[in-house]
Design a protein around this ligand. Sequence first.
Ligand SMILES: [Zn+2]
Length: 213
Amino acid sequence: MECVRRSVPNDNSCLFYAVAYLVDGPDAVSDATQKELRRVCAEAATADPDPEARAVLLGSPVDEYAEWIQKPHNWGGEHEIIALANHFRRCICVVSADATLNYGDKGPTIYVLYTGTHYDPLVGLSDGAETPQFLDGAGAAFEAAARDIAVRHREKVARRDASEKIYRIRCCGCGAKLVDSDAFQAHCGEVEHGDDFAYECEDIFEATYDEEA
Ligand SMILES: [Zn+2]
């Protein structure tokens, strides 16, 4: 069985979408779902019989946490993964380029890719049929393939970042974009401009990188 990355929207609620996808299917990826699952996390905290101990774990009083996690711009992370594992009675295996971490000890296992800034669901695929949950875990080969997806993603991001170029100057003569004033000097020496060219330039900020890298 092949391990395949599915994608969910990249809008701060991706953890909730990824888990919902794996538990309830692609149609569960919705705004209503992220609200519902944020409420589940909030209620798990406020319903804790030992709110003081919970507050220590969360790093803030349970009421404050409950309010915080229900704001759609705040990201889900480890606390929310634990709450969702309990709520859905699933083991959640989070696979990143650095580690494979398991949360929960009840029910089938679901696999989530963590890129460092985004969560996506990982599914098994064989003959076009998708397997989102695994009763006894997906096995070592699947987990190795999942890890490989995470590592390849990280390498791709690193190549893209390395290709980044920031232009800070635009030539007022011809509009060429240059990375710095030295490059502009060189440009003035290399490129013929009109007679009225006064060696003027303006400050800009434009970053480019190679998406395909
Ligand atoms: Zn120029």
